[in-house]
Design a protein around this ligand. Sequence first.
Ligand SMILES: [Fe+2]
Ligand SMILES: [Fe+2]
Length: 148
Amino acid sequence: MLFFKSKPKPSSDDPFFVWFPADHSVGIARFDQDHKRLTDILNRIHETLNEDRDRNRAAKLMEHLIQEIRSHFHQEEAALTEASYPDLENHMAEHQQLLEEANSLLRQFLAGTISGMAFPIFIKNWLIGHMKDSDRKYSACLRRQGER
Ligand SMILES: [Fe+2]
Ligand SMILES: [Fe+2]
């Protein structure tokens, strides 16, 4: 019999983005918590657009998500600066690019020139890529400083 915990099969009742440790953990508890919080807000945006069809509320949640992402980036950048992380500059540039793109998508959504889904789809794909690649790269460096 197998005892390892396998990933549950996706179902149509699943939220838009399911944070799963094996796929998305970066190995630092407080940043995993941040990422989970961001995915919760992202799921609320998706629900608001798809089920409630409330564009004003979705726009407010998008603004809120951008603020939360900015604050998460500040926390990561402070920890990486403290740990003298060698790839800090590139990491910060990726953060900056995401914020610019997210703000631009929000402006376009408010202007009615793009569909609401463009925003959550972009953020979801960006977050997955960034967590699995760039954020995981800092894990060993922060763990050497005693972070868990
Ligand atoms: Fe992150
Ligand atoms: Fe990051």
